[in-house]
Design a protein around this ligand. Structure first.
Ligand SMILES: [Zn+2]
Ligand SMILES: [Zn+2]
Length: 250
């Protein structure tokens, strides 16, 4: 450990960005995978593993089955090509995403951004010329919150992929009620027409990687993808920190 960091740690003992526990008892108990999370929180991350739906990325609860297209995607193919997330929306990641939404943007973004960037590099290595695009917030929500958490995450992703980032072309033009308070059909209606494309110069003919913090129903992602496809984008990919399974839907 570099001396400067050791001294800084002594003067300002680092805390876990999720639960605020001190990260050391004595010397060096920081988890080697992430210098920002404590061991208890790291152990409470639940990685998504097969079986999943290869289209929307939703994990299935059965252990035995192989990956297969889920009922929703069979019934109506989404406008995006594929969506993936490294973690289930529960445990430490749920707490972390919550903190990311309602404050502590710097620290959590530092911890979560690199996690998502590593995952993106693995998932997207075969896709060339991708444009990274955060799911935009409505200006009113942006004012309330002060920052767009998806944009913070997208910065890390675009850097890891050495990809262009575009956070201006797609705009959220309608202020929507939180998806969590609505029934299934209402959720779809709720985001319909919520987004608009200012300009398609950067996206025409290019694959797009849409970045969001959490995907629950996938309706927001799908609506963004619909607009981008209409604007001439090539394949659309979705990436989020967490993906809710059916049971985890809030
Ligand atoms: Zn912790
Ligand atoms: Zn699916």
């Amino acid at each position: 450990m570099p001396l400067v960091r050791l001294l800084t740690d002594i003067i300002y003992p680092p805390r876990c960005v999720i639960c605020s526990r001190f990260l050391w008892n004595g010397l060096l108990t920081r988890d080697s995978r992430s210098p920002f999370f404590c061991r208890e929180c790291m152990a409470d991350f639940h990685a998504i593993a097969s079986p999943i739906c290869p289209v929307c990325g939703r994990p299935f609860s059965s252990e035995a089955a192989e990956d297969h297209v889920c009922e929703d995607c069979l019934r109506k193919r989404p406008f995006y090509y594929a969506a993936r997330a490294p973690y289930h929306y529960k445990g430490a990641i749920l707490k972390a995403v919550h903190r990311l939404k309602y404050g502590s943007k710097g620290l959590v973004a530092k911890g979560l951004g690199p996690l998502l960037a590593r995952f993106a590099a693995l998932q997207m290595q075969a896709v060339e010329g991708v444009v990274v695009m955060p799911v935009p917030l409505h200006p009113r929500r942006l004012r309330e919150r002060g920052f767009n958490q998806s944009l913070l995450l997208a910065r890390y992703v675009s850097r890891a992929l050495s990809a262009d980032m575009d956070f201006l072309s797609l705009r959220r033009v309608r202020y929507t009620r939180p998806q969590t308070k609505l029934a299934k059909e209402e959720r779809r209606q709720n985001v319909r027409g919520a987004f608009q494309l200012n300009d398609n110069a950067t996206i025409r003919g290019r694959p797009i990687l849409l970045v969001d913090d959490v995907v629950t129903t996938g309706n927001t992602l799908n609506e963004c993808a619909r607009i981008l496809r209409k604007g001439g984008a090539q394949k659309i990919y979705g990436l989020s920190l967490a993906r809710a399974s059916r049971q985890e839907r809030p």
